[in-house]
Design a protein around this ligand. Structure first.
Ligand SMILES: C[S@@+](CC[C@H](N)C(=O)[O-])C[C@H]1O[C@@H](n2cnc3c(N)ncnc32)[C@H](O)[C@@H]1O
Length: 299
């Protein structure tokens, strides 16, 4: 009697082996090494439904076939330079967990500087302020402000129907939809003021620079959310031109700006009757936010 051939053993990889494999693939595709390490952990945890602690405590446990396949699919998408937040469909912003929708700008950590600066310049966060968010995208800024200002009401405007739907979804996700309205339109054209607070992170990339952006941005964020015209300032000009009509005389306007645009945006505001209240830097040290108030008429 001849012995039956040994059955080929296909052992599932351990969590640690899978992590090393995914990190190597991401580095190979152009992701920076430290970022690849961090992102491979995030993708593995999502694919296997693991907490940070579970992954740290049991790195040698094997992945199931299903987890392994899911991780491979996530890794292939990330290697094609899709951002992790889009693969997982969510990202943390401020204290919130927001959904990230296709064809809508993925909110960035830098934009938390706009939230922080706005809140720092508001004396009474419990006041029944009206807030206008121009170019709301995912609704990140408005959701963050409303979450910190329990008496406030917000209006979000965006030209993109996908962005309006994303803002509505995130307001609901954060339990804030009773205190907000979403309007599809061109900046403030369809609205009447006055608003106590106007915030905006408009598109500010120079048109000529769009082709040079990282693939994560160029291939996944919509052009409508990025293109700021020839000098990057076109949207600020449009918005500032309407501020006198939309902002309360004692109101506050705060813009996110490109890393080299603070002086230009401050000059635009100055020429239209607004005095700069603060220019704030982001975590990377760039001037990221310009906040201003209407110049008070002398009595
Ligand atoms: C840089 S994104 C900011 C999104 C979001 N506020 C954030 O910070 O993550 C700019 C947004 O402005 C919107 N937008 C562009 N042109 C617009 C216009 N003329 N009127 C209203 N919204 C516009 C885009 O659709 C996009 O959602």
């Amino acid at each position: 009697m001849t012995a039956a051939p040994a059955k080929a053993q296909t052992r599932s990889p351990s969590r640690a082996d899978a992590l090393a494999r995914v990190a190597a693939a991401l580095v190979e595709s152009g992701v920076e090494a430290a970022q690849a390490q961090e992102e491979s952990r995030l993708l593995l945890r999502a694919a296997a439904g693991l907490t940070r602690l579970e992954l740290t405590m049991s790195p040698d446990a094997p992945l199931t076939d299903e987890q392994s396949q899911r991780l491979s699919s996530y890794a292939a998408r990330r290697a094609a330079r899709e951002p992790v937040s889009r693969i997982l469909g969510a990202r943390g912003f401020w204290t919130l967990d927001l959904a990230v929708a296709p064809n809508v700008l993925d909110p960035r950590p830098d934009t938390e500087t706009l939230v922080e600066t706005t809140l720092a310049l508001i004396e009474n966060r419990d006041a029944p302020f009206s807030i206008l968010d121009l170019g709301a995208g995912s609704g990140a800024i408005l959701c963050a402000l409303l979450s910190e200002m329990p008496g406030a009401f917000g209006v979000a405007v965006d030209l993109s129907p996908d962005a309006c739907a994303a803002t509505r979804a995130n307001l609901t996700r954060c339990g804030l939809n009773a205190r907000a309205q979403v309007v599809r339109g061109r900046w403030g054209a369809a609205l009447n003021g006055p608003f106590d607070v106007i915030v905006s992170n408009p598109p500010y990339i120079r048109a000529g620079d769009l082709a040079t952006l990282d693939p994560e941005v160029r291939l996944h964020d919509p052009a409508l959310a990025l293109d700021g015209g020839a000098d990057g300032l076109a949207c600020y000009r449009d918005i500032v031109a309407d501020l006198g009509r939309l902002l309360a005389p004692d109101g506050l306007v705060a813009f996110e700006v490109g890393f080299d645009q603070a002086a230009s945006v401050a000059a635009l505001l100055g020429a239209s009757g607004f005095a700069v209240a603060r220019i704030a830097r982001d975590a990377g040290g760039h001037q990221r936010v310009v906040a201003a108030r209407p110049v008070q008429p002398r009595s």
